[in-house]
Structure formats: structure tokens, C-alpha cells
Design a protein around this ligand. Sequence first.
Ligand code: ME8
Length: 656
Amino acid sequence: MNLEQEQGAHKPSNNRYITTPIYYVNAKPHLGTLYTTLLADVFKRWYQIQGDQTFLLTGTDEHGQKVAEAAEKAGMSPQAFVDQLVPAFSSAWDHYHIGYDHFIRTTDPAHMRAVQGWLQRLIDSGDVYKDTYVGWYDQSQEAFLTEKDMEFRSGEEVPYSLLSGKQAIKVSEESYFFRLSKYQERLLAWYQSHPDFVVPHERLQEVISFVSSGLKDLSISRRTLTWGVPFPGDEHHVTYVWADALLNYVTGVGYDETGCSATCQQWWPADIQLMAKDILRFHAVYWPAFLMASGLPLPKTLLVHGWIKVDGQKMSKSIGNVVDPVQLAEAYGVDAVRYYLTRYLPITQDATFSTGDLETRVTTDLVNDLSNLVHRTLVLAQKQSLTKLSGPYAWTEAEQQLKVDIQQSIGAACKEMERLYLHQAYAEVWRAVARVNSYMHEQAPWQVLKTDEARFATIIAAVCHSLALIGAVVWPVMPASMERLFGALGVPFVPGRDMRSWICNGAWDLSFVLTPTAPLFTRLNQTKEQTMEEKKEAVPTTADATANQISIDEFVKVEIHTGTIVSVSDIPNSEKIYQMQVDLGALGIRTICAGVKKHYSVDELTGRRAIFVTNLQPRKLLGVMSHGMMLMATDADGVPTIVAPADGVPNGTRLK
Ligand code: ME8
């Protein structure tokens, strides 16, 4: 493949094409399917704020045995069954403000005609031929199984699929085959020369080892099934559901029965194809081989995230442990769920979903850190009848430093977005939020307003500039809330405008027209304060000195890390406890509560380095979930003092 073909000869360089898997319509959407679709939307909006043209494709996979059986169970024809389920997907995505540009259904006649045209060309070129398939099939995954995909358990003749853990079914039928084996070496060469083809990179290794162990030709038709795209020239066969489904990525942008149309060439190859790890093989092996056989360029990157789990099991329609995304949004708000999923489910690994954790993060990050900051600023300005702000501004060293720090965090976020690590990007953005909070504490505009009105206005202006920048980069995750923020700041926000330089270089000469507004986020619920004392473990009183001893194995279970307290805030109604944002290096920034209010002021704590236990079970203190514990040593007067690591030991270093 030459370079031109690789990049897509006609695709403009600022066209960004993002896809989600097309979901089976054997049940309603759930949090797992929302997660992938949401991440796709965040990327789309991220590119939009940089002035790129974008196309986001999602849709439904409506053929195959799985859907046919679900329809039969429901006592409906497959077509009627899928027709009544599809709106559940599109309306869930609408509810979450997912800006998809096209919703493709594999039962769309145009898609079906395009699949047939494509297959006919492969038959003509000799890449598809007829033979007999004898082997095992995993119905729940709609996958033909190789020896590596199954295990025989003692005493049982029917193997279990390693893809789903379910028993396979024996299939023996005449079938059309795609010459997958022919593409083995080309695929391996592609992976070798395109290390970014799969993100995270570790997942590419699984693909390489699968392909290296030998590819057999792939059965791409089913004779015993009728619910599918009729195979061209053979009415006894329907197209294998994955061959039909994968083609949606090009038919969704205009690939038709004759091939890649002018519109298709505007968008294909895709920039990011999102999915979870369960369907990586289909996308990293079969799909590129299909594209190679069709003379089409390969997608730039497959972004493969982990699974959302509940009680240790993958959230899935078939297990039935699903969370309804629409109900979740009704309970917590669309933007709160969007934020939580983007920021707190690391794309690199499986993650457990819990509403308790969601509540905590909403309270700490959205209510305490962001919304309170916005609200306090607007209320203070209103009190002083300060509604209009415009330059030139008399920035002092404090604002210059604030600007530098914010740009650094946003720059780091941009870098993380470039490598598609959204969760880390938004952790960086929240460093900027913490920085604005600490600036506000340091500058104490509520005191300045009594003596120096001009300085007061400068401080408010600095916070507003910071908020506008933060709002722009947070817009992809929480569009509705950030549009409200821009409304309150009186800054016109046009998502399609090129904001690349705004974001990269900062914009510190804006004008604002401030309008007080209801808080962006409000506290979900408030629990009774549990004092640190209540939680303290009883100290053993036995005289036997060995009673307190623990083994080394027990000790290593405790994870202790170094960190820096980046910001500190009050918990309303608590006399003892602060909530702190602690930078734990690679572990990210965490909210950790400490009962030291009587001994330390906010200023004394902010910026201090300390040592933290990081794997304690999170616990709630006055509605704030604490994710660790700061270690303290009591001095001779009984005053707790902070234990600091030596200079030069970076944040996140584990103590052993
Ligand atoms: O596989 N955690 O459809 P599907 C995270 N039709 N993501 C999850 C998830 C979970 N617990 N559960 C589902 C199919 N997903 C095929 C795709 S594409 C050409 C054909 C998301 O309805 C995740 O993106 O089983 C996963 O890969 C996809 O839904 C599977 O959706």
C-alpha cells in the first residue's frame, strides 16, 4: 500500500472520522454501550473545538443468529423486532447529547446493496470462494472458533468457547470463505510498521500473537440462517454477520454497490474506531484484511477500552447485570454521568462501576471544585455590582504564574488527548481547576474588595479567563454545562470555530459580561459527618508484645505513596476535616480528607508534601468520599504534624 492510499488520497487532512461499534439489537443499550459511544462523542467534540471537520458514525447490527433468536423469543419477525428496539439506541444517544452524524442500520437497503456489491467484487477477484465449513461456532459472539478459542472440559464432548465461556455449537455446512490466510504476512507487516494501529499498544501484542500462530480462511456465509444480507448470486446463503457489520464503517459514509464514492473518500480511512477488547480480533484482523482485499486504506487507530464490570463480571445484556443509561442520567444528570465515565474509567483497563463512586466524584470534582468556584466568583462579582470586565488588565506576577500553570495543565491534557488517553487528559484539566481554586484562596478577593476595587476586578477577571479556557476544554465532556458557563461569563462560544490557538496559547484578553446563574452542579446528598475518631481502629491493649506484630506479607498489602497537596477546601459544617486534592504522580490527583483543620490553615497545607496510604477502602466523610489517608506523627505536645518525604523523591513514589 503506498502512502497516498494509506492516508486516503482524497481525504482532507482536517477531516476526522470516528466510529463506534454497531450494537446488536437483541436488547436495549446499557452503560457499556453508552461508554463507547460517549467516548466517541468526546473525541468528536475535541476535534471540533480545534476547527476540524468531523463525522461520527454509530448504529445497530441487526442481522445474525443472535438477533433472530431474540426475535423468535419475543414472538416477532426479526424486522419488526429490530424496528421496535432501534429507537431505544438513538434516543439514549440523543438523551446524552451524542452528536452522531449518521445512525446506520445494517437492514438499511443501501447498506445491504453495498455489502452485496463488495462481496461480488471479492468473488470476482478470487478472494472469496465456496467450500464446506466443519467446526465450532460461538453463537453469543457470532464467531467461528479456532482451536485456540475453545477448551474441551473433561467428560464433555462439546467444547466451551474461550471468547464467551459458553458452550459452542457444531456447524457443518457449505460456506463461502474469505482468503484470510493470504493476508497473514501483510497484516503482520502492517502491525510492525504501525505501532499506533491499536491503542493501548499492549493490546496489539495479543493480535500479533494470534495472527503469527497462523490464519485460516474465514467462513463468511451461513446456509442455515435466513436473517441476513442475501449472498450475491446464491440464494441459499446469507452473509456472515461480522462481514456484513464491519462494512458499515464504509457504507455509513457513502461506500455504495460500486465502491468508495466521492463522499466515502472524504472520510475514509477512519481516524479512530472505538470498541472494547471483546471485539478487537474482528477489527484488528478480519477488518484490515477485508480492506486490503478491497484496495481500501486501513483505519489510523483502533481505540480499545476495557470492560465496565459489576461485581467482577462484565456488564452485559446476556448476564443481565446492566445499568440503564437513561435512568442513570435521570438520577444524576447527563453531564455528571458523561464526566464520570470519561474521567474515572481508565481506557486502559477494566473498571468497576458504582453509583457510590459516581456520587463522590460528582460532589468533589463537579460540585466542590468547579461549580463552587464558578458560583463564588459570580456571587462575589455581583455583590460588588461588577458585571463587565474588559482589558487591558493589570496582571501581576500572581496572574502570570496562574496563566503559566493553567497552560501547562492544558498543554499536558492536549498531549494526553493526542495519544487518546482521555481519562488522563481530564485529570490534567482538573489540575488546572485545582490551581484556580488555590489562586482564589491565595488572592482572597473577598478581602481585597473592601480596600482595592481595581485589584478585586483583576482577580475576578483572572478567574474568569481561567474558567473560559477550562470551559473550552471541558466542553467535549460536558457540553450543556459548559455552554451554561459561557452564558454566565458572557463569552460567545462557537464550538466549530478554530480554538486551537486559544487552547494552546491561552486567551488572556477576553471581555466578559457576567450574569449570575444557578450553580452548574449541586450536591447530590449529604451524609452525617463521621468523625475520624469514630473510624479509628481500636488499639490492642494486650501486654503481649507480639500481639501487634504483622508478617511482611501483611505489610506489603498496605500501599503508601508520596504526594503533594495541591489544594485544600473546607467541608461545610465540619470543624475538623478538610478535603484536599493530592497529586499522587502516576496515581493521579485524588480527593483525600484529613482531620487537621484545628492544627493547619488552608495556606499551611497547600503545596505541602506528605505521605499517603493509597489503598484504603474509600470512605465518606460529610458527603465527601476520601480516597486515602495522610500519615501524621503527633509531636510532644500532642499536635499532629505532617511527615514529608525527602526532596527529590517524586510524587507517586511507593514507600517500601
Ligand atoms: O459486538 N463495558 O455488538 P455488542 C464496556 N455487533 N463496553 C461495553 C460493555 C461493557 N461491559 N458491553 C458492551 C457487537 N460494550 C457487534 C459489533 S461492529 C462492526 C459489530 C460496548 O452489542 C463495547 O464497545 O455486543 C463492545 O465492544 C461493544 O459494546 C459490543 O457491542
